[in-house]
Design a protein. Sequence first.
Length: 280
Amino acid sequence: MYQLTSEQIAQDIQDLPTLPGLVMDILNNIDQDDVDVRELAEKVSRDLALTAKTLRFANSAYYTTMVKVTTIDQAISLLGLHQVRQIIISAALTGCFPENNCPGFSHLQFWRHSNLVAIVARLLAKHLKFNPVVAGTAGILHDIGTLVLVSSHSDAYAEVLRHQEEKQLQQLFAERHILGTDHAAVGEALARAWMFSEEMTHAIVYHHQPERPGAGFLATIIHVANGITHAITESASTEIRDADISALSWQSLGISEAELQALTNEAADLFVRMESEIDL
């Protein structure tokens, strides 16, 4: 077994590339609408790698429009400011972690899951009169600690995946058994190092334990969105009773079973648009 220490995790995070200042600015002002669109497009365009990834993502199966997106200005015009900001965040994050270095781990499936959770989180947030942009961004980021573990300890994480499969465990418990820590705890360390907001940090660390004191409402939204996503994508079921959601979280949202089932059905319809896989 590999028992990772807090010092090792801190070093792993220190060794990662830093997020571009533009992305940090977007994250720190994610709930603001008074953004200078032209200035945002100009800043993104200065980073050729980020521009290329943003445009590739904007033209992917999920975000596609009848018109091929060729500039950041055009992406904002066709998809909207909020959507493009979220695409920029996703594009920037994919550049921070090496890919295809861990047998059994699919980065494509990781980002697909993260984007699906973001979809459900936005649907829930709109229903609950919560900021859907913040909820969607938290959905993108909720499992970010997994990428730290996969990129920094690929052999050990391959063992996590084997153990998870053999014992039919949740990811969290397989990680704790093999590594002595889990992706939520590592995600918290990364969120603090990258100076995410406290609300976003809590959503990352508590999305499996939203009932913890001080976890916050955003953590509950992400927990429910994550449970719904797993139910739809792993069991091919849209029955909300199949979702792994804590009863307390469900109750705290104040949504009836019928309302939550309707949201789940809507999410399942949206998922169909992504079945051809997002090209990250």
